[in-house]
Design a protein around this ligand. Structure first.
Ligand code: MIG
Length: 657
């Protein structure tokens, strides 16, 4: 059962796509106190959800802030990441779900100030709150997903391996990557192009000197089963003669200052205007621009900087420079020194900048601050809606950095700028259930880590975890150690891990389709399926689909790990897709050994999964090579053609025995 409660005058976020009648009366479970919603937590209560956030699967014990934010240095004490996913399930003494549909800043104190309280505070009391009750956690999720709309369906090739790096500068760099993967016989389905492909960081342009035959390159690579996926940034460069800038100004499609002038921020292109993605006309206009690249053979995009990230604004820079001049004019004391460095660092991502601009919503000027968390979602929406019209016969890959619930209908998300840290393998994994609860099925981390220098062993262990996530992309930051797999002395081990991924793609894709079709989670905490006290403690293992449990190694130099089995399961330990052994283990705690070149996962009692012969690109997957792995059992395989935009009525189901 879903009940909707309305407070004040909420902004229509379009997160919920089904009409739900308002329930009058007081909100159940919570007390309303001084602009906040307060819930008593019993000692045994677990709080699941919040999507892309730091810390464990159980969110209890920290204060989180829903405020889409570009933070490339996030760690345990971070409060805001790129997405805002305001759906949680409180599970324990009573079990229910709650979605705070509020697009501004929302603070979640979950047992932080006081262990026994959860306090949720919207900046303004203009919101809708949905309470979802059901048989259990899975049922609550299914009901919630039923009202937020079906998850985005990516093309099958987006389940293949992708190589990315901030720093590929020209056709030769891209060809070199493709060639090295080919020579090393490591499968590859996509190469990502970061901001360097553009001309002066102008969206939808391609630098002609460095990419003299962009269309030819895209075609050549597609012939080998490799898709080029360019990045698009939210900010539009202010530059005379640039169509996107000139049209946007002329039509009034950019966000405005209070005085009606176009708001100016600075990001990679230098000074930019921000398209007003909350205005449907601006959305349609910007979306059509993607055609400039799809017409050259591009069929996938990643949308970046759409929180939106702002390095500085003209006004704040001027103010800061003035204050700095007073600080630097005399002999700088230590307090002045810290004031000075703080002010300069505070230019980037300054919250005050988001108060300074407005959106045109049906002719009404809406302050950005009040709708901040909707910006990224509507950028990806603009691309998706336009391309569904322009290229109606096939799926385009989209994933975004910023998101709100609802964005899951238009694209996937990647998990943002992580680091090459062991702890960030676990962080990625801990986010998966919360993201799936909120509808984000197509997701994954920057494998190997984005910031900092990766190491061979970290890369291998990261692959062993990531080979289960739908988005399977190795990405890293300019200036860090290069991490294309062929550069490592252990590339043979890494290549085997990629082949295991390709052997599993039919299974992963099938479970993805089921999760999408049935509004279910692909990745679940163990306690969503099993009900004992030990299970409720497990926060570094996940159930995958109906048959698998993953328990990756995420610690340096570990040659194994403890795993809890909530019932008997079969452990599959693999060195290669065709080099493995299986052993069953009883319910309970076990230490499972795995040297660096070995990965393992579990098949649930009485289940089997399909495994195919790996190929170099998903276009060559041959379902006729399918074998079943696991218990003596059948498996229901879902598939479709992997490319038609709409697979309604085209879903095929086979019973494999
Ligand atoms: O300010 O385009 O998260 O994946 O490589 C950094 C450069 C901008 C942030 C993205 C990252 C990308 C980088 N971008």
């Amino acid at each position: 059962m879903i009940s909707k409660y309305v407070f004040g005058e909420p902004f229509e976020t379009e997160a919920i796509v089904v009409d739900i009648e308002e329930t009058k009366g007081t909100l159940p479970y919570f007390k309303q106190e001084a602009g906040a919603f307060v819930l008593d937590l019993a000692e045994e209560d677990i709080v699941y959800g919040l999507g892309e956030q730091v810390r464990g699967i159980n969110k209890r014990g920290w204060q989180y802030v829903s405020w889409c934010y570009d933070n490339p240095h996030h760690h345990e004490d971070t409060r805001s990441l790129y997405g805002a996913h305001n759906f949680v399930i409180v599970s324990g003494s009573t079990t229910f779900g709650v979605f705070f549909d509020y697009p501004g800043k929302l603070t979640w104190d979950i047992g932080y100030t006081k262990r026994s309280l959860m306090t949720v505070t919207p900046e303004k009391m203009d919101l809708k709150v949905y309470i979802i009750t059901g048989e259990n956690e899975k049922d609550i999720v299914k009901q919630f997903r039923g009202v937020i709309g079906k998850s985005y369906l990516p093309p099958l090739w987006a389940f293949g391996y992708g190589q990315s790096r901030w720093g590929y500068k020209n056709e030769a760099d891209i060809r070199e990557v493709a060639q090295n993967y080919e020579e090393n016989k490591i499968p590859l389905d996509s190469i990502y192009m970061d901001i360097d492909y553009m001309e002066d960081y102008k969206d939808f342009t391609v630098n002609q000197e460095r990419f003299p035959d962009f269309k030819g390159l895209a075609q050549e690579l597609q012939g080998k089963g490799v898709h080029l996926v360019p990045i698009i940034d939210a900010g539009v460069k202010i530059a005379d003669g640039y169509d996107v800038y000139e049209e946007g100004v002329k039509e009034g499609y950019f966000c405005k200052n209070a005085d009606g002038k176009d708001f100016v921020g600075a990001v990679w292109p230098g000074k930019v205007h921000f398209p007003d993605f909350l205005n449907p006309e601006a959305r349609a206009w910007f979306g059509k621009k993607y055609e400039q690249l799809t017409s050259q053979g591009i069929d996938g995009f990643w949308n970046d900087m759409n929180e939106p990230a702002i390095f500085y604004t003209e006004d704040r820079l001027a103010e800061t420079l003035e204050k700095v001049s007073t600080l630097t004019s005399g002999n700088m004391g230590i307090n002045e020194y810290f004031a000075f460095t703080g002010m300069v660092a505070g230019l980037n991502g300054n919250e005050g900048d988001y108060d300074k601009f407005y959106h045109n919503v049906d002719g009404r000027m809406v302050n950005h601050r009040d709708v901040h968390n909707l910006y990224g979602m509507n950028m990806t929406r603009s691309a998706n809606e336009a391309l569904s019209r322009i290229v109606p016969d096939k799926r385009t890959l989209f994933f975004s950095r910023a998101s709100y619930i609802g964005a899951h209908r238009y694209g996937g998300i990647w998990q943002g700028d992580n680091k090459s840290w062991w702890s960030h393998i676990l962080m990625s994994m801990s986010q998966l259930p919360g993201l799936n609860m909120a509808g984000f099925l197509y997701t994954g981390p920057d494998m190997g880590g984005f910031g900092c220098d990766t190491t061979e062993d970290l890369m291998i262990r990261w692959l062993q975890y990531s080979l289960f996530t739908p988005l399977f992309r190795n990405h890293s930051c300019d200036g860090t150690r290069m991490q294309e797999l062929y550069r490592f002395s252990t590339k043979a081990i890494m290549g085997e891990m990629i082949k295991i991924r390709y052997a599993l793609i039919p299974y992963l894709y099938s479970e993805f389709l089921k999760a999408r079709e049935n509004d279910e989670m692909m990745f679940r905490p163990l306690a969503f399926d099993y009900d004992d006290d030990d299970t409720r403690q497990v926060d570094d293992q996940l159930l995958l689909g109906g048959e698998v449990m993953i328990a990756p190694i995420y610690k340096q130099n570990a040659k194994g790990r403890y795993v809890y089995l909530p019932e008997e399961m079969m452990c599959v330990r693999m060195r290669g897709w065709n080099d493995f052994e299986c052993a069953t283990f009883e319910k309970g705690h076990h230490y499972i050994n795995a040297d660096l070149h070995e990965m393992f996962f579990f098949i649930r009692k009485g289940c089997a999964i399909p495994l195919v012969k790996p190929v170099m690109s998903t276009k060559d997957i041959d379902y006729s090579t399918t074998q079943l792995l696991g218990y003596e059992a059948s498996y229901v395989l879902y598939k479709d053609d992997g490319i038609s935009l709409n697979n309604d009525g085209k879903l095929e189901m086979y019973v494999l025995e």
